[in-house]
Design a protein around this ligand. Structure first.
Ligand code: ARG
Length: 271
């Protein structure tokens, strides 16, 4: 299996907190160790560097505790960047901050016409763009994604509020394969996933409940929450190398490794 070296965008959790609840993982009355969150995030960043990836950082903005979840900052494919529109007002001001970063980095910019939470709900899997809906990204956003990026968009209907973004229920492992939690999808979407990915890895609820599917693969190495031990074993059986990271503090906001990571896909050659 070949590993692709990736260009990634991350945001240090300097102002991380759980001040509001916009998903079932968030409990503003539960304690959060902000310093530990930063250390865990630094370990994730170091893991990517050790794998040979490039990590760029966007400057965190005070008062935006969820800005650490860079996956929600946009969708970047073939040098085009689509900015985001959040469902919840608490996260709205993250959108222009990420947009400004993409623009300064020289990406061709597109603005969303509907709620669109970026790579949290939009995952490139081979030649298909898998697009989640049901909780965050609007179904209407899927047509715009197809028009902008020119990949066939496949709508994925999410049905379990704990798995509110597509990247909490499905991991792209390489051009051909994904791992996912079947029960997180509607019956029709499960049938589509079986058709597109007959060799997919099926995760258990126990794996998904530690956000095990919120993982980042370079085609060979899979960085995933250390607590997702069954999923890691299944992936190793398939020939992937797994690297467990502990993001327990960020999980209190409903996020894992993938949520903290936005893939910057330059041009056609490096998709
Ligand atoms: N608290 C954030 C929210 O609910 C977590 C976002 C996680 N990001 C992701 N790509 N799944 O919006």
């Amino acid at each position: 299996m070949d590993a692709t070296s990736q260009r990634l965008l991350m945001c240090r959790p300097t102002y991380f907190a759980v001040d509001y609840a916009i998903n079932p993982w968030m409990d503003p009355s539960a304690p959060v160790d902000a310093a530990l969150a930063v250390r865990q995030w630094e370990q994730l960043r170091q893991t990517y560097l050790d794998l040979g990836h490039t990590v760029e950082e966007i400057i965190p903005v005070p008062g935006l505790p969820d800005m650490v979840f860079a996956a929600n900052g946009g969708t970047v494919i073939d040098g085009k960047a689509m900015a985001v529109q959040f469902r919840d007002p608490q996260r709205a001001d993250e959108a222009p901050a990420y947009r400004a970063w993409f623009e300064a980095a020289g990406f061709e910019m597109y603005d969303p016409k509907h709620v669109n939470e970026g790579e949290g709900d939009v995952l490139l899997a081979g030649d298909h763009l898998l697009a989640g809906t049901g909780f965050r990204t609007a179904h209407a956003a899927h047509a715009q994604l197809q028009e902008v990026f020119g990949y066939p968009v496949v709508t994925m209907q999410l049905v379990d509020p704990r798995f509110y973004h597509l990247d909490t229920a499905l991991t792209v492992l390489d051009e051909r394969t994904v791992a996912y939690l079947p029960e997180a999808f509607s019956p029709g979407s499960q049938a589509v996933l079986r058709r597109l990915f007959p060799d997919a890895v099926h995760a258990t609820m126990a794996d998904a409940e530690v956000l095990g599917l919120n993982a980042v693969s370079d085609g060979r190495h899979v960085v995933l929450p250390a607590q997702a031990t069954d999923l890691a074993a299944k992936l190793r059986d398939r020939g992937y190398e797994t690297i467990g990271v502990d993001l327990s503090e960020l999980r209190k906001a409903g996020g894992g490794p993938k949520c903290c990571t936005l893939r910057l896909r330059q041009g056609k050659a490096s998709k």
